[in-house]
Design a protein around this ligand. Structure first.
Ligand code: HMG
Ligand code: MG
Length: 298
């Protein structure tokens, strides 16, 4: 049974921009987020409070968070890896923080410099401190459907990481297909297994579109009643260090598909396309969004 409503969470200003090698001026990031805030999107992940040496593009995280115009109908979130990041996020007064880790050891180590077991206490402390500050907390699990270093990831290992994050007290969990290797049958089988453990209302899907499977995977999840999806405007993203890697599913294509399927998202497609066109002018590569490229030719 397909859901009647879907929540789309925009992660482009974080997941998209984090991979842009040329520094984008802070004022243009702010203007882009302000435009996204007026499209009807209920949720925008605006930046991340990771180490600026690891992600120099987002070193202006505090400035961006403080200077955007906040729409009271939008939840503004940011990625936080540890207590140092949380302190900066609190200073910047974001509404929600997102903690993150991987289901595979090698990716976790390369991404946050810790083993999986070393990561849990760090994140536990962040969740508790964030809660005391009145912030809601989202959790990401990366490499859910496959790891660039280890290949297939054991489903029970993924479920155990998810369980540990929920046990910490997170509000929602986003399942990352980090390198876009999932296929619809795999998504169907895994989510059917997952629904024995967790409520669909607390699970989001975070599909990268590296191999063009993201919308197909979205349909597989929709058919099981999952109704929270992450997207990046224009499909912005893609790692400069991993050849061929691309961004999240394009929010414009996702929103188009859902609306054509009579599923409500509350997002104004033409306003979204305008916001996407705005950021296109400040990034190096042509954005992959099909909808934006049709829009630009009109
Ligand atoms: P580390 O080097 O192990 O950190 O990095 P540390 O705790 O040992 O600290 C070393 C120094 O960094 C200290 O400074 C800290 O204060 C400082 P010193 O005392 O030497 O002067 N430091 C910080 N500074 C600013 N902000 C901070 C911070 N933390 C420590 N938050 C760390 C560990 C986690 C910080 C590092 O590995 C890191 O920043 N990693 C981030 C990697 C990243 O951003 N990856 C991309 C996001 S995840 C993703 O894209 C996947 C997702 O989209 C889902 C999916 O698609 O699967 C979410
Ligand atoms: Mg991602």
């Amino acid at each position: 049974e397909l859901p009647l409503d879907v929540t789309i969470k925009e992660v482009g200003p974080r997941d998209g921009l984090q991979n842009e090698s040329d520094q984008i001026p802070t004022e243009n990031k702010i203007e882009w987020i302000n435009q996204l805030s007026k499209t009807g999107l209920p949720y925008i992940e605006i930046t991340s409070f990771v180490h600026p040496k690891w992600i120099p593009q987002l070193k202006d995280a505090v400035e961006v968070s403080k200077q955007i115009e906040r729409n009271p109908d939008v939840t503004y979130a940011a990625l936080v890896p540890n207590m140092k990041g949380l302190e900066r996020a609190i200073e910047a007064d974001v509404d929600e923080v997102s903690i993150f880790m991987s289901a595979s050891e090698t990716h976790n180590k390369k991404n946050i410099n810790k083993s999986i077991d070393e990561t849990y206490p760090v994140l536990q402390e962040v969740v508790e401190a964030a809660r005391k500050e009145g912030k809601s907390v989202r959790g990401y699990v990366s490499t859910v459907f496959g790891c660039p270093y280890e290949g297939a990831v054991d489903e029970n290992q993924v479920i155990s990481v998810c369980q540990n994050l929920f046990d910490m007290g997170i509000d929602e969990l986003s399942l990352g297909d980090t390198i876009g290797v999932a296929n619809p049958l795999q998504v169907d089988a895994f989510l059917k297994k997952l629904e024995r453990y967790f409520m669909k209302d607390h699970i989001a899907l975070h599909f990268h579109d590296t191999r063009g499977m993201a919308l197909a995977n979205t349909v597989a999840a929709l058919q099981l009643g999952y109704h929270i999806f992450d997207g990046s405007a224009g499909g912005l993203g893609g790692c400069p260090y991993a050849k061929g890697a691309t961004g999240n599913v394009s929010t414009d294509d996702l929103n188009y598909m859902l609306q054509e399927m009579n599923i409500k998202t509350g997002i104004d497609q033409s306003e979204l396309l305008k916001a996407t066109s705005y950021i296109q002018d400040y990034v190096e590569n042509q954005l992959p969004s099909k909808q934006m490229n049709i829009f630009k030719k009109q």
